[in-house]
Design a binder for this molecule. Structure first.
Ligand SMILES: [Zn+2]
Length: 261
């Protein structure tokens, strides 16, 4: 009997060991992953959300309210929220700094360098009201259009803190819970990567016990920054298979956890 107890005990320890090895700083997992999709694209509703739902993964969709992909398909965005995806705020009009090389495409009336702090805040607040009308939620995150944080030369980062659980930036990195900038969270812009490159990002996040935020635009088309739909599906499969050591969650859950809520 004693022998049997001892073997049962050692069996329990053996079974417990892989669990202990997987413990980490992100809800007990080694790394956190957020899947974020910008600019209210039709492919997000047509391709991305069905793919996420099939694997029960939850994403964050940074919605520009004035875009046709939002205004023409509001019932579908409401359904996406009901499925557990986050409707993130990406302003009404997607204003960006129109000054400097590479920004010739920014329309004069959407040139953030000519806006005031009050104007961008009003834009963001009305976007929040619109999103709340769809999902009923008062807690969400924000993504700076083009990653620009200056309106008329003045930072609006501090001013949005009361409005959001956190905000996504555009500089890459794998922050830990201790050094994550909750209102300018690191993110990796995705454009044409191979599945091997995407898996390497995930493996890096696990090795560094960090947060990995994917920043997608087009998936299988609809935007100059694009990832092939097959590659996107392979990435989701990889994340799904790694869930024993990954916390895959919407940005609002990750930002709330960083805030200690
Ligand atoms: Zn954008």
């Amino acid at each position: 009997m004693r022998l049997l107890q001892n073997s049962l005990l050692s069996l329990c320890f053996t079974l417990a060991m892989p669990l202990a090895a997987a413990e980490g700083p992100w809800q007990g997992k080694r790394a956190a992953v957020a899947l974020t999709y910008d600019d209210s694209l039709n492919v997000h509703l047509d391709t991305v959300i069905p793919a996420l739902n099939e694997l029960e993964l939850k994403g964050t969709f940074y919605l520009t309210i004035a875009a046709d992909g939002f205004s023409q398909r509001m019932a579908e965005w409401r359904a996406a929220a009901a499925d557990g995806h986050e409707l993130g705020n990406h302003t009404l009009f997607h204003p960006c700094n129109g000054q400097g090389p590479g920004r010739e495409w920014v329309a004069a009336e959407r040139d953030l360098s000519t806006w005031t702090l009050g104007r961008i805040l009003g834009n963001i607040e009305v976007a929040n009201t619109t999103l709340q009308a769809l999902d009923g939620k008062t807690e969400r995150t924000f993504a700076y259009p083009c990653g620009d944080t200056l309106a008329g030369g003045e930072s609006y980062l501090e001013a949005i803190k009361p409005l959001f659980a956190g905000a996504r930036g555009v500089a890459p990195g794998f922050p830990s819970p201790d050094n994550a900038e909750r209102f300018n969270l690191a993110a990796h812009v995705i454009n044409g990567q191979s599945i091997e490159q995407l898996k390497a990002l995930v493996d890096n996040a696990i090795a560094q016990q960090g947060l990995l935020v994917f920043l997608f635009h087009g998936v299988g088309g609809e935007h100059p920054l694009n990832l092939e739909a097959d590659t996107h599906a392979q990435l989701l499969d990889y994340l799904h298979a790694q869930q024993h050591q990954l916390w895959v969650a919407p940005m609002v859950d990750i930002a709330s956890a960083l805030a200690g809520e």
